[in-house]
Design a protein. Structure first.
Length: 456
């Protein structure tokens, strides 16, 4: 499947982004050096019923995130669907392995296929046929990782890694792009620090806060326009056009001036904004950032800029003791190592995403309860046992280690598919088990038994 994707991307028929962004989003010449003076908290206040907590165990919680595309039982691992696909897996396979939600990357989708096309398709969920909740991250992390990025107070200028075209993303355009993509939950545009030094972390955090003000304001404007449009549609419908009770147009298309989209949004559609807490490994910066983000009254929080697990427990304890308990928290980009998921959940994070599990799968590095193994190793040539005897994934129920070894050695596409099914299943279900253990008060035992065996 990867090969097919690559071929399609390179055939020139669909890979060139329309420059919607340049005229509608990226062409904005706003120079807003000073944050506006008005209250930037969301006009409509916190979303009601978005997140319910069933049980608390210290900082850990078991809850439910509710979206128009369905619920997420938390803690939960969210599949990394960077380009609106989880590499090597179909959405049917993701659904069958038990994934509750996916997270796509705004930066990559802006470049290809372009936000306009995704909007015309009816939004991210319709476009990729994932009929469950979706997240987008802002793309900040990827943009700041590019060479020759120019950062100004207004935003970030960079060249496309695909064709060298010039782009600029601002906090406002990131919000507009994420609204057009149409995920249920999106992230404020944040500034990734250029190094892990205190000075760089502080500078990035402070700019992230100034950009958060602008993201919140733009999100509020878009949300108000969406709801106004819905009300206008409802009025039209009440006047007797006979077409039923739902808005007959995707409101976002009107907001950003595009043509009518193919699909109506689901009933109760709402996009939720998460502020992103920065500050690296410095607890004083993390505390300052958590307080600032909490004060903006977003719907939830992303915790960003965590590169290693060192000190993560202390950092999360600081941050999640400050963030309002009633709102969900997403630990951005963490979850390759099972211990990060245990620590994240224990210290109050509700959702996680990471490209690691499927990336490692494609390289033949596979999770087992006894640690990761490299299935390409010669010792698996004649191993006719399942990868994990008690794993219920499609791979382990049907195939042996010897078969997987053979597929990797012969570079078959199926090797990546089966390995990705298993690794994604393993991590999704590890977090599911963490959730179950919190509910039945066995978390400490589960954590100890899992980690002592996995990292023996
Ligand atoms: Zn398995």
């Amino acid at each position: 499947m990867l090969s097919i994707d690559s071929a399609r991307a390179g055939d020139g028929s669909g890979g060139v982004p329309k420059r919607f962004c340049e005229s509608k989003i990226f062409g904005e010449e706003k120079t807003r050096q000073d944050p506006p003076e008005e209250d930037l908290t969301l006009a409509a206040g916190p979303a009601q019923g978005f997140f319910d907590i069933k049980k608390k165990v210290g900082l850990a919680r078991v809850g439910t995130i509710r979206t128009a595309h369905g619920d997420i039982e938390t803690p939960a691992f969210v599949g990394a669907a960077t380009r609106a696909t989880v590499k090597a897996l179909t959405m049917k396979e993701m659904n069958e392995l038990g994934s509750q939600a996916i997270l796509a990357n705004t930066y990559h989708l802006i470049l290809r296929p372009g936000t306009e096309l995704i909007q015309q398709a009816g939004g991210l969920a319709e476009f990729c046929s994932w009929h469950k909740p979706t997240f987008t991250d802002s793309g900040g992390f990827q943009i700041f990782s590019l060479p020759n990025v120019r950062i100004t107070e207004n935003g970030v200028k960079f060249k496309s890694h695909i064709d060298g075209a010039n782009f600029e993303i601002t906090p406002e355009s990131s919000m507009q792009a994420q609204w057009a993509i149409g995920a249920d939950i999106h992230m404020a545009f944040d500034h990734l620090a250029k190094s892990e030094s205190y000075e760089d972390m502080k500078e990035a955090m402070e700019r992230t806060h100034r950009w958060l003000d602008r993201c919140v304001e733009e999100h509020g404007r878009l949300m108000e326009a969406l709801h106004t449009n819905s009300r206008n549609n409802d009025d039209t419908l009440r006047a007797g056009d006979g077409s039923g009770g739902a808005p007959n147009d995707f409101a976002l298309s009107k907001i950003i001036g595009e043509e009518k989209t193919r699909q109506d949004p689901p009933e109760g559609y709402h996009q939720y904004l998460y502020a992103v807490v920065q500050g690296g490994k410095f607890n004083d910066l993390r505390a300052e950032s958590a307080e600032y983000c909490a004060g903006k009254n977003p719907d939830g929080f992303g915790i960003g800029g965590v590169f290693t697990a060192d000190g993560m427990d202390s950092m999360l304890k600081t941050v999640n003791s400050i963030l309002p308990e009633s709102k969900p928290r997403h630990l951005l980009g963490m979850g390759q190592e099972p211990i990060d998921l245990f620590v994240g959940a224990e210290f109050g994070c509700d959702t996680f995403d990471c490209v690691g599990p499927t990336r490692m799968a494609r390289n033949g590095s596979l999770y087992t309860k006894d640690g990761r193994i490299n299935i390409k190793n010669a010792k698996y040539t004649h191993d006719f046992s399942p990868l994990e005897p008690d794993c219920n994934c499609e791979c382990c129920k049907n195939y042996t280690r010897a078969y997987l070894h053979h597929l990797f050695k012969t570079d078959e596409i199926t090797a990546k598919v089966l390995a990705s099914i298993h690794n994604e299943y393993f991590i999704v279900h590890t977090v599911d088990n963490i959730r179950a253990s919190l509910l039945d008060d066995t978390f400490a035992d589960y954590k100890k038994s899992f980690l002592s065996r996995y990292y023996q």
